[in-house]
Design a protein around this ligand. Structure first.
Ligand code: MN
Length: 338
């Protein structure tokens, strides 16, 4: 846990006029929820504030209030550069390493703004100016709630903020079922509902928004592509670009598919490989003790949390899967640890 005192944040925010909020590549519910939640707060304080995303966010998050004002770096590089360069403060939400956002990270690093990390991922880089970091928090959205209460008050959390932050907490905790869900998480969720978050409507907006293609892709993955390796308590699915195309793949369509293998008793590790624009993206999920953050960092230049991590590979789809399978024997003891 690494936290700059609230008094310093209070001063920083009150002095700042132009503020940018940046989140990670392939923004998920927590990335968008925390960014837009903070955006709405700073707006009420009269700040000139913009949310910047490295690339587009999925359609099932487009209902979130003010999502349309978010600037997408990919394709608008010059406009975003200007915004970063005139910012007094840049908030870095739901990630903690410039490398994660490549060129955009370099722009921020080279700007004169004060850089603030608010995040719950492990091992934040030490190059930033201010930190509000807690790897035991369920989500960055939960931290934004604490942050706003800390520099202002509970009353500052309005309905728009509450809807955004609730979305982030709900999505990052798998609807309050992952081990990261604590008493505190429920307390914050309750406070957000009290502040006007429409919990049932949010659940429906996020989860009941599949296209026919997306549901059929999920069925295809489970029926045709899921491979179990019980001797290592592992399972994986690998999808080629052509397969994705067959189901009219749209951003976000493969989100969450990696989790299904873990619903099988005895499976501790699940991997999902997909070929997108020639590169291989990987999601790892685990149950219990197996640390996929460590695994992804060590072998696939990725990272994340103990039970959820992302990574990539420059090898072909087949070679990436082979590499994964060949790594399993050396992790057998860890996979079987109780
Ligand atoms: Mn998160």
């Amino acid at each position: 846990m690494q936290k700059t005192p609230f008094s310093n944040f209070k001063k920083l925010v009150s002095k700042a006029e132009t503020i940018s909020i940046v989140t990670h590549v392939n923004p998920d519910g927590d990335a968008m929820g925390s960014s837009l939640g903070l955006y709405h707060y700073l707006k009420t304080k009269g700040k000139n504030v913009k949310v910047i995303v490295p690339n587009a966010f999925p359609d099932f998050l487009a209902w979130m209030p003010a999502s349309k004002q978010a600037m997408v770096f990919e394709g608008n590089e010059e406009t975003v550069k200007k915004q970063i360069n005139k910012s007094d403060v840049v908030f870095i939400l739901d990630f903690n390493n410039y490398k994660r956002i490549d060129v955009l990270g370099e722009l921020i690093r080279n700007s004169t703004s004060k850089k603030v990390v608010i995040d719950h991922h492990q091992k934040p880089d030490t190059v930033f100016d201010y930190y509000f970091h807690d790897e035991n928090a369920s989500s960055t959205s939960e931290l934004i709630y604490d942050f706003v209460c800390g520099i202002d008050s509970k009353k500052a959390v309005d309905k728009k903020m509450a809807n955004c932050l609730y979305t982030g907490i709900m999505t990052d905790t798998g609807s309050f079922r992952f081990a990261s869900t604590t008493q505190k998480t429920f307390q914050v969720a309750a406070a957000l509902i009290e502040a006007g978050a429409q919990n049932a409507a949010i659940y429906a907006s996020v989860n009941d928004d599949y296209t026919e293609n997306r549901l059929k892709l999920l069925g295809y993955c489970i029926y045709e592509k899921l491979v179990f390796i019980p001797e290592y308590k592992a399972a994986y699915m690998a999808l080629s670009e052509a397969e994705l195309k067959k189901f009219g793949f749209k951003k976000g369509d493969t989100e969450g598919i990696v989790n299904y293998a873990l619903s099988v008793s005895g499976i501790e590790l699940s991997a999902f490989f997909s070929e997108k624009e020639g590169a291989i993206r990987i999601s790892f999920r685990s149950k219990n003790k197996f640390d996929v953050n460590k695994f992804a960092r060590a072998h696939f230049s990725g990272g994340g949390h103990i039970n959820a991590a992302g990574a990539k590979s420059d090898l072909s789809l087949k070679d990436t899967v082979d590499k994964f399978i060949k790594l399993l024997p050396q992790y057998k003891a860890e996979l079987f640890k109780k």
